[in-house]
Design a protein around this ligand. Structure first.
Ligand code: PEP
Length: 247
């Protein structure tokens, strides 16, 4: 199995122009093989593309529209994102699902739209605390996985990435234990293999949810955890450097 390891920062609605400059000037990424990525606010993509190119950091979006173009005020089309040169887009982040009412159906349309446009979708899936406590974790996560990937055809393993993010661990300081996360990642791997055969063995599965420099190594030691999707700890160069050096 040779799934590539990625460290992806989700900056959410954070970072001023000055903070972005300070972030990029503080980066020192060893072992960089184009696998350290940042998703800033859309307004900042252009600036980050310039600064990221010098640092060897690829830039993506946090979301995209499922529509091609038209009267969708406030949305960003995949064509426009592609014209800007973005490499990837997050799709179905739990904040999009809970705060903006995104359904598995919409998320699937976004995955397909991004992929057709040559933008790599990072499909985010994860259970709430209530669902975990009710013993429904795998049903929920694997259901979201299959629904999000419906009709997605890939020609190789690097055309899609999955991010498992337990909702109860995002921005809360509570991380899933490596064993809890590892168990879900193993189940995701099985489904990816059923869906995509050999490619499924090598699709990267990221873990997200309060990943920090002090817990990243234990998480990455799990065989099917192939990197992190990181919010808070990706905002400062110092901690992003530390996360990347664990890859
Ligand atoms: C996220 O935004 O996807 C995330 C995992 O955030 P945090 O690392 O802050 O929990």
């Amino acid at each position: 199995m040779t799934a590539k390891t990625y460290m992806v920062g989700n900056w959410k609605m954070n970072q001023t122009q000055a903070e972005i400059e300070s972030f990029f000037s503080g980066l020192s990424l060893s072992n960089n093989q184009n696998n350290f990525w940042i998703a800033p606010q859309c307004l900042h993509i252009s600036k980050c593309m310039d600064l990221g190119a010098k640092a060897g950091v690829l830039i993506g979006a946090q979301n995209c529209s499922e529509h091609e173009y038209g009267a969708f005020t406030g949305e960003n089309s995949v064509d426009s994102l592609s014209e800007m040169g973005v490499h990837f887009t997050l799709v179905g982040h739990s904040e999009r699902r809970t705060l903006f009412g995104e359904t598995d159906e919409t998320i699937n349309k976004k995955v397909l739209k991004a992929s057709q446009t040559g933008i790599l979708p990072i499909l985010c899936i994860g259970e709430t605390l209530k669902e975990r406590e009710a013993g429904k974790t795998l049903d929920i996560v694997l259901g979201q996985l299959k629904a999000g990937l419906k009709d997605l055809k890939i020609q190789n393993e690097s055309e899609v990435i999955i991010a498992y993010e337990p909702v109860w661990a995002i921005g809360t300081g509570k991380t899933a234990s490596p064993e809890q996360a590892g168990e879900v990642h193993n189940a995701i791997r099985e489904v990816l293999s059923e869906l995509y055969g050999d490619f499924g063995q090598d699709i990267s599965i990221l873990y997200g949810g309060s990943v920090k420099p002090n817990n990243v190594e234990d998480l990455l030691a799990q065989p099917n955890i192939n990197g992190g999707l990181v919010g808070g700890a990706s905002l400062k160069a110092e901690s992003f450097n530390a996360l990347c050096s664990a890859c």
